[in-house]
Design a protein around this ligand. Structure first.
Ligand SMILES: Cc1cc2nc3c(=O)[nH]c(=O)nc-3n(C[C@H](O)[C@H](O)[C@H](O)COP(=O)(O)OP(=O)(O)OC[C@H]3O[C@@H](n4cnc5c(N)ncnc54)[C@H](O)[C@@H]3O)c2cc1C
Length: 346
């Protein structure tokens, strides 16, 4: 590539989203990742794009809401540019309602969603009987159905972004020189490096294990039951996740903790029983100390920027995180919420 305006270190959800937001504005982008595209936590298979509850609204919830609303157009544009599917669909989500107190809360949230979600999506309480076999068991007979949640297949979403970038004459390489504006999107390893530079912990990795089943529910909503995400994908598979492990020796192994997640999923949704498990996968989520994304000027690398801390919702936050980073890096326009600045973790 003759000229490079922006170099992005790291080809995961955050790095590729920032790279794409920059490329759409005409920048020539070089993405460098020694592991290749989706080598980190973004190379997984769960892909729930699910909202925070519609109550106690704050900047973080509003940012995520905007990102989820943007997602449909964003992924359509990515897929059209590179002609590789990300498996995106705004298929909604269903959750059981465990008792009377939860039912009251769900009904109150249905009301608050009308205002907070601006008529762009609904949070409804519906009778379980109306939803057929796919509906999870629910002690009250009621379920929450939201129409804001979407899904995509993480590993394919990375390939889709990579293809879109290449179609815009950007490059993705395993090694190369850093040119132009440099953005560090290096996931949990990046947070450990930063902690070392700062001489104090500013973030860490939280391992997650997940599984993929062969079961065609491709247009059904995702389920969230007994703290397990059950996400039907467009290709006739269903993802189930995840564990959350702060202590781990091997970042990529799976073990009995995943069996426990699967057992909880089978108990909640009998329709899953008997489906073949075709993959078991593990990755490490980047968690900033503040638990929020870490976006902005890099705290220790002069003139550079950082996009990290996607933690459990990196794909959900990707579109909006990419855009605000491109605003800052290319146009000097800083619209990053205070809570998302690196300082919040320092
Ligand atoms: C089991 C599991 C389930 C999940 N489920 C969901 C979900 O349902 N919905 C959701 O939104 N999110 C989910 N997540 C979280 C999501 O995957 C992460 O938030 C997201 O992948 C973070 O993206 P990233 O680009 O910051 O990090 P990564 O994907 O880890 O990318 C960092 C990249 O940087 C590279 N790198 C490291 N050091 C360097 C260096 N020095 N130079 C260049 N490159 C470097 C690595 O090779 C890696 O490719 C899940 C995560 C896990 C593990």
């Amino acid at each position: 590539m003759a000229m490079v305006d922006v170099t992005v270190m790291g080809a995961g959800a955050f790095g590729l989203s920032v790279a794409w937001a920059c490329a759409k504005r005409g920048a020539k982008v070089r993405v460098i990742d020694p592991g290749g595209v989706g080598a980190g936590s973004s190379g997984g298979l769960v892909g729930a794009l699910a909202p925070h509850t519609p109550e106690n609204w704050n900047v973080k919830k509003a940012f995520q809401f905007e990102s989820l609303i943007m997602a449909e157009g964003w992924w359509a544009e990515v897929e059209a540019a590179g002609r590789v599917s990300a498996g995106y669909g705004r298929t909604g989500r269903i959750q059981p309602v465990k008792d009377e107190r939860a039912l009251e809360l769900a009904q109150a949230r249905a009301e608050s969603a009308k205002e907070l979600w601006q008529g762009k999506a609904q949070w409804q309480v519906v009778a379980r009987d109306s939803l057929g076999d796919w509906a999870p068991e629910s002690p009250t007979g009621w379920l929450i159905h939201d129409t804001l949640s979407g899904r995509m297949f993480p590993r394919r979403a990375c390939a889709s972004l990579a293809a879109a970038l290449r179609a815009k004459d950007c490059e993705i390489v395993e090694e190369g020189a850093q040119r132009g504006k440099v953005i560090w999107a290096t996931g949990w390893q990046g947070l450990l490096d930063l902690s070392e530079d700062m001489g104090k912990p500013v973030g860490n990795g939280v391992k997650g294990q997940a599984a993929l089943l062969r079961l065609d529910q491709s247009s059904a909503p995702q389920l969230f039951a007994d703290a397990v995400h059950i996400v039907p994908h467009a290709d006739g598979t269903v993802a189930i996740g995840s564990t959350s492990e702060r202590e781990f020796d091997d970042p990529s192994s799976t073990d009995a903790q995943l069996d426990d997640v699967l057992a909880r999923a089978y108990a909640a949704v009998p329709a899953l029983k008997g489906a073949e498990v075709i993959e078991r996968w593990a990755g490490v989520r980047p968690r900033a100390k503040s638990r929020a994304p870490m976006l902005g000027k890099h705290p220790t690398k002069d003139g550079a920027f950082i996009a990290n801390g996607g933690f459990k919702i990196g794909f959900g936050m990707g579109p909006k995180a990419g855009e605000v980073m491109a605003d800052l890096v290319l146009e000097g326009r800083d619209e990053i919420p205070e809570a998302f600045r690196p300082e919040a973790s320092l």
